[in-house]
Design a protein around this ligand. Structure first.
Ligand SMILES: NC(=O)c1ccc[n+]([C@@H]2O[C@H](COP(=O)([O-])OP(=O)(O)OC[C@H]3O[C@@H](n4cnc5c(N)ncnc54)[C@H](O)[C@@H]3O)[C@@H](O)[C@H]2O)c1
Length: 374
């Protein structure tokens, strides 16, 4: 190398282009698709990606109506369930999209729960290096959480969501009518993600959920829309401040370190939102033991979760040592030290200059599990 002259060039990209997109929440948006589709479709070519449940319930009709209106349209569906969120399903979708002649201007519509949103979003992110897509979330979890924020991914044998991209949609269309066919267990599953957001950021909305619990779970329009819109507004704010999860976005991981351990140890039999709910109970206890959360606030949280049948009994059958060992494998950790988001009250977390995740001594975690397991 001594004789060679080193040439140094530089690529100077402009600051990232701002990206705005609307999130619309209203009943019957899917039926009234004529009112909004032209805002997002640059051509008359539309690809709808769905799972087989949602395709039967809504996708086939949407496809038929778009086709009748002159759109060149195709509905691609795959078997419902987390197992389909894989590189192999993505490849199958891509092959069908090429066969159909999709280009990057084709509008891709992700119509379904979080599995569809993550998989279709990641497919859109990489198809010809990125195509337009919109999210039409059909599960409560997808409305509150996965459709907003642009995280897209597939699972691999090495872990969940570990191959993916940040790829923001052009719009998120939330038709609350679609929730009427969602099984109640799935409604509660999604509701827990809203509770997570309120417990970390908004005490008033948490209290609203306590007061209106039954009405929300019965999908009564006014409280349901208030709960969804407030949760989504808070999530959107967090994503605006920290799209790439460098600091504040970590707040959305409250309850998740324990949840990931429970999901792994139960072989993913426990639904994600329920695992997060158990995680919130344990992580709130850790905050209480750490002197950050008052016992009165801990009790209020535990009583609320108990109304939804989330109690320490759900931890029976797990060994504390295996739970802690599984927690050590969490993506947020550094050097195998367990990092947690810690409540500092209802609606607030320990936050130092937007840093919201902190190392916690394993003895404190062990004490929390042992207290709950007696
Ligand atoms: N990208 C993110 O930021 C983010 C955030 C949270 C979760 N996720 C991901 O979301 C996924 C979980 O999402 P999910 O809970 O929506 O699961 P899901 O997509 O598997 O949907 C749950 C079940 O409900 C059915 N369903 C959906 N909408 C329906 C409707 N309106 N009527 C009747 N049945 C309906 C589906 O067919 C499925 O059987 C996980 O893969 C998770 O990793 C992503």
């Amino acid at each position: 190398m001594a004789n060679s002259q080193q040439i140094n060039l530089q690529v100077n990209l402009p600051a990232k282009v701002a990206h705005h997109y609307p999130i619309v929440i209203e009943p019957e948006l899917l039926t009234n698709w004529q009112n909004w589709i032209k805002d997002y479709a640059d051509t008359k070519k539309v690809i709808i990606i769905s799972d087989d449940n949602v395709a039967k319930l809504y996708g086939q009709n949407f496809y038929a109506e778009l086709s009748a209106a002159g759109y060149q349209c195709q509905l691609l569906d795959f078997e419902a369930g987390e197992a389909s969120k894989s590189a192999s399903t993505k490849l199958e979708l891509e092959e069908k999209m090429f066969a159909f002649g999709c280009d990057r201007h084709t509008l891709c519509v992700a119509l379904g729960g979080g599995v569809v949103g993550d998989l279709a979003g990641f497919t859109a992110a990489t198809y010809m290096r990125g195509m337009n897509y919109i999210q039409i979330p059909t599960s409560l979890l997808a409305m509150i959480d996965s459709s907003v924020g642009g995280k897209t991914a597939v699972n691999t044998s090495y872990g969940k969501n570990i191959i993916g991209a940040f790829w923001q949609p052009r719009a998120v269309i939330m038709d609350t009518e679609l929730l009427k066919t969602l099984p109640r267990e799935q409604v509660i599953n999604g509701f827990f993600e809203a509770i997570k957001i309120f417990l970390t950021l908004d005490a008033e909305q948490f209290n609203f959920c306590c007061t209106n619990l039954i009405a929300i779970l019965n999908l009564e329009h006014t409280p349901l829309v208030q709960m969804i819109s407030q949760a989504v507004a808070l999530k959107a704010h967090v994503v605006e401040v920290d799209e790439q999860e460098q600091n504040l976005r970590m707040i959305l991981n409250f309850g998740h370190t324990v949840a990931h351990a429970i999901e792994k140890l139960s072989n993913y039999k426990v639904l994600h939102g329920y695992a997060v709910a158990i995680g919130m109970l344990v992580e709130a206890k850790i905050a209480e033991i750490s002197g950050l959360l008052s016992s009165a606030d801990y009790k209020k949280i535990a009583d609320f979760l108990a109304e939804l049948e989330i109690t320490p009994k759900l931890l029976a059958g797990y060994q504390v040592s295996e739970l802690i060992s599984a927690m050590r494998g969490d993506k947020k950790n550094k050097n195998q030290e367990i990092v947690l988001v810690l409540l500092a009250g209802i609606g607030q977390v320990k936050n130092i200059d937007n840093k919201v995740a902190f190392n916690v001594d394993e003895k404190v975690i062990e004490a929390a599990f042992n207290t709950l397991l007696v």
